[in-house]
Design a protein around this ligand. Structure first.
Ligand code: SAM
Length: 302
């Protein structure tokens, strides 16, 4: 059998197959939408959106635009992080009347650092069917192209915005052996990368996955020591959407962490948290702030 030409794709029978499939009524469909490139929508998602009685969405304007791109015009129900519980009751009433409702977020997979989980919980508790239609998620897209070789990953999502809380959150991840997956807003990327360097040290690999599936997509990997310079090398880099991946703790890294921990423990028996962090920074060459956070945690003050 010879390969088909790319221009023949639109005529492929599989395109029409989505229309032949079953889309039960009285069902909530969790529909992943594109994270940038509008054509990254699945055939089944398109078909379901066309059949849906209403679309519950994070932002009615965004979803209205997206549906217009697909030639669709549907009743939209706002379902954002501040009204999930109330809207769940409205959706349940519609579903009990036999409607098909699609739940989408602004981009990617609902419920992944996005509203959706509470609605799904309530709908399932009401004994109503929930059917996922998979598609894009920024985390998985970034992992797939990172080249980091590790079967395990740990999805962190957004770090806390406040520096103190962010440092504590990072301290808790120090020994995790899986790839760490972060989402970050452009106005916080420089501060967050500084915090990652302070917590994890200069040698771990970081991957920036920026503007995935969009015109100015960039996927860049470097040691954490070089991350700030890469970000600042082009003013555009501090804009756009980011997934940040950090290599998991290696055995060598673990050994260094354990050594820093041992030194802190000894110092804390004799000195204040501040002095212990100061001396441990001089002995290990690590950042004082990160050691201070760790010292607080050891003392149980964090
Ligand atoms: N539910 C979405 C998903 O499944 O990926 C994530 C929504 S979360 C509110 C938005 C964050 O996802 C952004 O701040 C960014 O970290 C990441 N993100 C979304 N689209 C992206 C893209 N095209 N490129 C890089 N990161 C993206």
């Amino acid at each position: 059998m010879t390969d088909i030409q790319s221009s023949q794709i639109a005529q492929l029978p599989v395109i029409g197959e989505a229309a032949q499939q079953s889309y039960p009524t009285a069902t909530l469909y969790i529909v992943a939408t594109p994270i940038g490139n509008v054509t990254d929508i699945s055939l089944r998602a398109l078909q379901l959106l066309a059949l849906a009685d209403a679309v519950a969405c994070e932002d009615t304007r965004n979803t209205g635009h997206l549906l217009t791109r697909f030639g669709l015009n549907k009743p939209l129900i706002a379902a954002h992080q501040h009204n999930e519980r109330e809207v769940a009751d409205k959706l349940i009433a519609r579903l009990q009347q036999g409607q098909r409702i699609a739940l989408v977020s602004d981009a990617g997979t609902p419920g992944v650092s996005d509203p959706g989980a509470r609605i799904v919980d309530a709908v399932r508790a009401a004994g109503i069917r929930v059917l996922p239609l998979p598609g894009a998620s920024a985390a998985i897209t970034a992992l797939s192209a990172s080249g980091l070789v590790n079967d395990q990953f740990y999805f962190v999502g957004f770090l806390p915005a406040k520096a103190r809380q962010r440092e504590s959150a990072l301290q808790a991840l120090l020994t995790v052996p899986a790839i760490l997956v972060f989402y970050e807003a452009p106005h916080r990327i420089v501060d967050s990368v500084a915090a990652l360097l302070a917590a994890f040290g200069p040698t771990r690999q970081i991957v920036f996955a920026r503007e995935l599936t969009k015109l100015f997509e960039e996927i860049h990997r470097c040691p954490l020591a070089d991350a700030d310079a890469w970000l600042r090398a082009d003013a555009h880099r501090e804009k756009g959407e980011f997934v940040v991946l950090v290599e998991g703790a290696s055995e060598a890294g673990d050994a260094a962490d354990l050594e820093a921990e041992r030194i802190l423990q000894i110092l804390l028996a004799e000195c204040s948290v501040k002095q212990a962090a100061h001396l441990a920074a001089q002995i290990t060459g690590r950042k004082k702030n990160a050691l201070y956070e760790r010292a607080l945690a050891i003392r149980g003050d964090a």
